[in-house]
Design a protein around this ligand. Structure first.
Ligand code: 13P
Length: 277
């Protein structure tokens, strides 16, 4: 099976160090609100609820928290998160600074509105035709605007031969191929298998930890241990308050990119608790 080859070549001390390195990174939990909620008033209510409950759940523990809200809600949600340790993020950004790009918003514009991170390459964007080259350009734009790109990668479906590892590898390589080590450490990788998004289906924690290892192996080979150890790898796809702990403990990941469950502050808070347990 091809996927075994991906991890097989890895010397066991490296497997060990990559697993152990997990302990040193601060977990990151991001709520991706997608195109929700329907009104600004509802968004403000949700924003206040999320800020209160998420910060209470985190307490004094070390855990980064972010919410990726619809761009139009930025300013009002920004007032709620202002001065609080919750990062505001966007769900996409154009690669260029300005241009004839109807409907697009640039990374610079988002940074000016105090965005700290931007999700790029989400499968719901890729499904609308964004390819690896565009995702790479968008991620570069986000880095140039001094924000964190949260780069989504993930297969449409799984096959017994493990060919899906090569799809994920291509998506990863597109973004990192021309990126220096320092810039690479600022990228967050979100592994989101498309078949698990919004479906209630999930890979096993072992599947996730093997994919994480494949991602780390790629980064290790390209940049060496120091950079590979710094890049955070999140999991996304039907994350709930019920499965989060299992993914954290046995999936060896650094946190989550949460869709549906991030629209309910209580559920989002339980997921944060799982990250610091
Ligand atoms: P769900 O958590 O609703 O499956 O969505 C995952 C996702 O797409 C987050 O970006």
């Amino acid at each position: 099976m091809k996927y075994i080859l991906i991890t097989q070549n890895m010397p066991s001390p490296m497997v060990y160090s990559l697993h152990m390195a997990k302990v040193k990174r601060t977990p990151l939990v991001i709520g991706n609100w997608k195109m929700h909620p329907a009104t600004l008033e509802a968004a403000k209510r949700l924003g206040k609820d999320v800020v209160t409950k998420a910060l209470k759940a985190r307490g004094t523990a070390s855990c980064d928290i972010g919410i990726a809200v619809p761009t139009l809600y930025f300013d009002e949600i920004g007032k709620i998160t202002k001065g609080k340790p919750i990062m505001l993020g966007a769900q996409n950004a154009a690669a260029g600074a300005v241009g004839a790009e109807t409907g697009e918003v640039s990374a610079g514009m988002l940074a000016e509105r105090r965005a700290a991170f931007v999700i790029v390459g989400h499968s719901e964007r890729r499904a609308r035709g964004e390819d690896n080259a565009q995702v790479t350009a968008r991620a570069a734009g986000v880095l140039a605007a001094k924000m964190i790109p949260v780069v989504c990668i993930g297969e449409q479906s799984r096959d017994a031969e493990g060919d899906f590892y090569h799809i994920v590898h291509e998506q990863l390589d597109a973004v990192f191929a021309n990126l220096g080590g320092t810039a690479a450490t600022r990228v967050v990788v979100a592994y989101e298998p498309v078949w698990a998004i919004g479906t209630g289906l999930t890979p096993t924690a072992e599947d996730v930890s093997t994919m994480r290892l494949a991602i780390k192996k790629y980064l290790h080979e390209k940049y060496g241990d120091a950079v590979a150890n710094k890049v955070r790898v999140l999991y996304g796809g039907s994350v709930t308050e019920e499965n989060a702990l299992e993914f954290m403990q046995n999936g060896m990941i650094d946190g989550f990119l949460v869709g549906g469950a991030s629209l309910e502050a209580v559920r989002f808070a339980v997921i944060i608790k799982a990250c610091i347990a």
